[in-house]
Design a protein. Structure first.
Lengths: 345, 345
DNA sequence: AGGTGAATTTAAAGCGCTTTGGAAACCCGT
DNA sequence: ACGGGTTTCCAAAGCGCTTTAAATTCACCT
């Protein structure tokens, strides 16, 4: 059933039916009700393509997520992020179109997305440090919100981000207060902006205690369980092993924990661990007592916020860029304790 | 730049330009080249909505994923599944539109998706046991492929599934061959079809050894780390604890491992663990030596296959339903060993 | 009855593309 | 030079909706 048929059946013009269904004021209350009833009865649903063509809006939002070229891995936080974003889309009647893109041909891709016109705005995932996409998108004139920020980009754009720097600064300071001096960092890939910020926070907290950077205590890579395990195993086997680890994700922390246990040590007593916790649905950090001491910030909430921003920008293009910096909270679990005395135990 | 402008600039009709760009034969080679060059130069990209309206096809595929009402969690395998599916879509020029839906108002949703007409086919995720969606979709006449199957549905439909039953049968048999008799199952939610099949495989392998089902050794729930941990902790504290665990996901297995360690036991010696491994990119099962003995089947490959099927069905609607049953391989890790002798150790 | 302005409805154009049904141009042999 | 068959191109209709501009109806007053 399309509009024409519905109109014919009602003995009305398409115009009136269309207006009745879209809530325009200039239609008689009685006919509006009649139209709505008929629409329900015949399960009428306007064709999205035709509607889009006529209105110039597609009622959908693009999420472009880079898959790191080699491993082609989708960041596992993605599921939770879109769960949050979806809430907003459902409420506003928007669809979500997903595009995975390999690093490289992005310029062309974004331009095509704009010209194809099948999205009204896009969410940019996983920004890198000097991310060229931001300038590009600003030029294209397509509304966009970045999940994260890109350092070294001076122009103003909309973003939703967690305060990575402060989170890792606090976490590191927490460890130094416990007496730790040899603190390792197992980070995400450091061309990713968030990872860069986390390291900055880590280093600045160390510096505040007069502790210089130690390359042997810093690792970065895709945030897998294996990365955590391998990094921790190597470091713990070294000559002057760390007494504490800071990791960028729960999965990595689990790998670190495994290495600690394999080394015959006990997490929280011999070696402390703090991780960042995105509050992923399938990887909750313990139940009552958190498994790991962690900096916690819901990625799902970030998704919701980013989507809200974008919808707002689409509805009111005149408004300026929107920003939200989410603060992580430091939650105490069993994975941290005072630094063991050197030579002690 | 739209078609009309491009045509005017070339002194050609829209018809010819359109045909040139879409590879129709009735256009002079020279003009075709000229058109293509101009299209490149001006970065022309046809408007997807208009094209869709004209052709009746939207060039996009819908993925409908149910979010379990309470926890609103997106199955973590989803990221890898769409990574696989995306490959196919990119090659074929399709977009991927994502719809999260809460259990309940699905009937309306699917009908709307069809009538809105913004997808040419859909992939159905997480089928439940007697999943009403299948009959509904068959009625709607929208091509669809199910990731998984739905028991008790007699009609023929397209699906891609892993042979859950056989995988868990083999895994269980492997454990009984090692002498285990008290084997626990930590399953996914058992109204999900795959979980039901896994339990069937588990039970049938036990039955083959004359071992009856023991309710105290069977748990089911969302496949989180916590589920694994809690289930294993409880069971290990029981009067006649299991000597082996079978789990439905790596994350759950990690929880089981944690409980084993907390109980002062050693995985692979005191307690064996076999898990199903979906080969998720961020949760690889070890590097050279697998962490866990596992039934392994790539969910990414499943995604690729499902997408291929669907595209094939769209291209050739006359063809019958397509099926693919993927066999999991049993890989040996360090998490399994002979059953400890009762009273021994 | 006639006139006025507001309320309600409509016909038709237009969104940007594809595609049908011709028309024009070209080629060739006679 | 002309007919017939290919090539090559084009004008216009149509996809299903919104929206502009205009027509109709209605309510009310003189």
């Amino acid at each position: 059933m399309n509009l024409k048929e519905l109109a014919k059946h009602l003995n009305l013009s398409q115009t009136t039916v269309s207006r009745a269904l879209n809530g325009y004021p200039e239609v008689n209350k009685a006919t509006r009700l009649r139209v709505e009833a008929a629409a329900r009865e015949f399960n009428y649903m306007p064709n999205a393509r035709a509607k889009g063509l006529a209105t110039g809006r597609s009622m959908s939002i693009g999420h472009v997520i880079p898959t790191s070229a080699k491993r082609e891995m989708v960041n596992p936080v993605f599921g939770d992020f879109i769960t949050g974003a979806s809430e907003a889309y459902v409420e506003a009647g928007y669809d979500l179109v997903l595009t995975l893109v390999e690093d490289g041909d992005e310029e062309r891709l974004y331009r095509n997305i704009r010209d194809k016109g099948n999205v009204d705005g896009i969410i940019v995932h996983s920004p890198r440090m000097q991310d060229s996409r931001i300038a590009l998108l600003s030029d294209l004139g397509l509304p966009f919100v970045v999940h994260g920020r890109a350092s070294d980009i001076t122009s103003d754009y909309s973003w939703v981000d967690m305060n990575s720097r402060r989170a890792f600064e606090r976490a590191t300071a927490f460890l130094t207060e416990l007496g730790h001096r040899r603190i390792a960092l197992v980070n995400g890939l450091e061309h990713m902006d968030f990872a860069y910020r986390r390291r900055k926070g880590y280093l600045s907290a160390l510096a505040a205690q007069g502790i210089g950077p130690d390359a042997t205590l810093m690792r970065a890579g895709e945030m897998t369980e294996l990365l955590g395990h391998k990094s921790a195993r190597d470091m713990l086997a070294g000559p002057d092993p760390p007494t504490a680890f800071l990791t960028s994700s729960m999965v990595t922390a689990i790998g670190v924990r495994r290495a600690i246990q394999e080394a015959g040590l006990q997490m929280g007593r011999d070696v402390s661990v703090i991780t960042h916790d995105d509050e992923l649905a399938y990887l909750k950090n313990g139940q009552d007592v958190p498994l790991f001491t962690a900096t916690r910030s819901s990625v799902r909430a970030a998704g919701r916020c980013a989507a809200d921003f974008l919808l707002q920008m689409i509805a009111k293009p005149s408004g300026g860029p929107l920003h939200s910096l989410l603060e992580a909270e430091l939650i105490l679990g069993n994975s941290t304790g005072p630094a063991p005395r050197p030579g002690g135990g």
